[in-house]
Design a protein. Structure first.
Length: 124
């Protein structure tokens, strides 16, 4: 049996602001934006090439404060290109950091949800 992680909720205070950040600045694809009811809005966004999406919205039932999601990680082939794309789109992104286990850049969304972007070194 496969066990796939395909959706992670990211708590935000302003759905439209977060949606614009993830689509226009980070480059995620907008999969769904549905106003399910007066109390619930579900927005699903997927990083290009990813099998896992994020959900933002209102009334989704998670008991998390906006900005409390930490440790989210994206993996890319080219950290320099990823850094250039994020910075070029106006994302406040840190400098590229090199470690034996990979190269990283870090950024946060407007609420403070923290992301790492890693390029994994070639494996022997």
């Amino acid at each position: 049996m496969d066990w796939r992680l395909e959706l992670v909720q990211v708590p935000v205070s302003d759905v439209d602001r977060a949606k614009a950040f993830y689509v226009d600045k980070v480059g995620f694809n907008l999969d769904h934006d549905h106003q399910v009811s007066d109390e619930m809005r579900f927005v699903q966004l997927t990083p290009p090439g990813s099998g896992c999406s994020i959900a933002i919205g209102t009334g989704l039932g998670a008991d998390m404060d906006p900005g409390s999601q930490k440790g989210l990680q994206l993996v890319v082939d080219d950290i320099e290109a990823a850094h250039a794309q994020l910075a070029g789109n106006g994302v406040e992104v840190g400098d590229v950091q090199h470690f034996p286990w990979g190269d990283f850049v870090f950024f946060s969304d407007p609420d403070g949800n923290a992301w790492a972007v890693q390029a994994i070194p070639a494996r022997d």
